[in-house]
Ligand binder design. Structure first.
Ligand code: SIN
Length: 303
């Protein structure tokens, strides 16, 4: 049987970035080089059956729901093709964890969907993008792989757990307490736990997707002003990035309870990088053990 294809969808990021000064790993412009050129320049991938498609060309700090919708649509199309083994998506590191979580929630794919990225632009003296793409293709080719994962610096992360924890180093992600799913070593995948599986991570009992969900922070000196302004402007959902185990500043809490009474969906998610909120009997506001940015996606999808 002919070797099945990998489809590589490009969305931009540093991996596709360029700088006018070679060796400049900070002062570059993201999302400049097309995905066909990036993949075509990797000698190790010559002869591998790969199709490329440019879905977007953005710095991922500017990621939008529109790009997510388009990615969802293109993934559904390619995943439905018998001859496609898996999908690789190139993406900026800044919001890759959000896009990965979104795609896992909406696709719950039986085949692998592997997001990858780079911390150095394509014009760097030593770019990390080409190796990350090669590793992502190795993961997407795995017969038994499924679900949405992020591959960077030889580490495979579950979309649920992955979080960017460093702004500069080549291995900028952590999967926190859960740890990575596995590693890619010289093209070989070494698993240390299971693939994400074909389940939807968070069951929605009454799915009512929301159009507008904002995140507010609880912090020293917090007030109710932001929440009141959001409610006045018609927000439908608010995630509060709480201190510690779901705690909220006493000046902010009444505004959130008022918002909830007015029909705004309010969800607590800890601003601590690791761990999650442990719910208590009698909690006045619901909570999640997702990070605030992923909790926002949950509400957007009607969680
Ligand atoms: C981006 O997220 O698009 C820029 C930063 C990066 O890719 O590391």
């Amino acid at each position: 049987m002919a070797q099945r294809k990998i489809v590589v969808l490009g969305t931009g990021g540093t991996l596709a970035g360029t700088s006018s000064r070679p060796g400049d790993n900070v002062g570059y412009t993201a999302a400049q080089v097309g995905i066909a050129d990036l993949v075509g320049a990797i000698p190790l991938l010559r002869g591998v059956p790969i199709e490329t498609e440019q879905v977007a060309q953005v710095d991922s700090k500017d990621m939008t729901r529109g790009v997510w919708d388009k990615l969802e649509d293109r993934c559904k199309h390619h995943l439905g093709r018998e001859e496609v083994a898996g999908i690789v998506i190139t993406h900026g590191t800044d919001t890759i964890e959000e896009t990965a979580f979104y795609l896992q929630e909406v696709l719950s794919p039986q085949k692998p969907v592997v997001l990858t990225c780079a911390m150095r632009p394509a014009t760097s003296l030593s770019p990390d993008g080409p190796q990350n793409i090669v590793d992502a293709v190795a993961v997407a080719t795995q017969e038994e792989a499924c679900g949405v994962v992020v591959v960077c610096a030889g580490v495979i992360h579950d979309s649920r757990d992955v979080m960017k924890v460093h702004h500069y180093r080549l291995d900028p992600f952590s999967s926190g307490d859960a740890g990575p799913i596995g590693y890619v070593e010289e093209g070989e995948v070494r698993l240390v736990r299971n693939w994400p599986g074909d389940w939807i991570l968070y069951t929605r009992t009454a799915p009512v997707p929301l159009q507008r969900v904002e995140i507010v922070f609880s912090h020293a000196g917090a007030s109710r002003d932001h929440v009141d302004a959001l409610v006045r402007s018609g927000v439908q959902g608010i995630v509060v990035a709480t201190t510690g185990n779901g705690t909220v500043h006493r000046e902010l809490m009444p505004a959130l309870l008022d918002a909830q009474k007015q029909g705004v969906k309010v969800l607590r998610a800890s601003r601590c990088a690791e761990g999650g909120v442990i719910a208590q009997p009698g909690d006045e506001l619901p909570s999640t053990n997702l990070s605030p940015v992923k909790a926002r996606i949950l509400l957007l999808l009607g969680g």
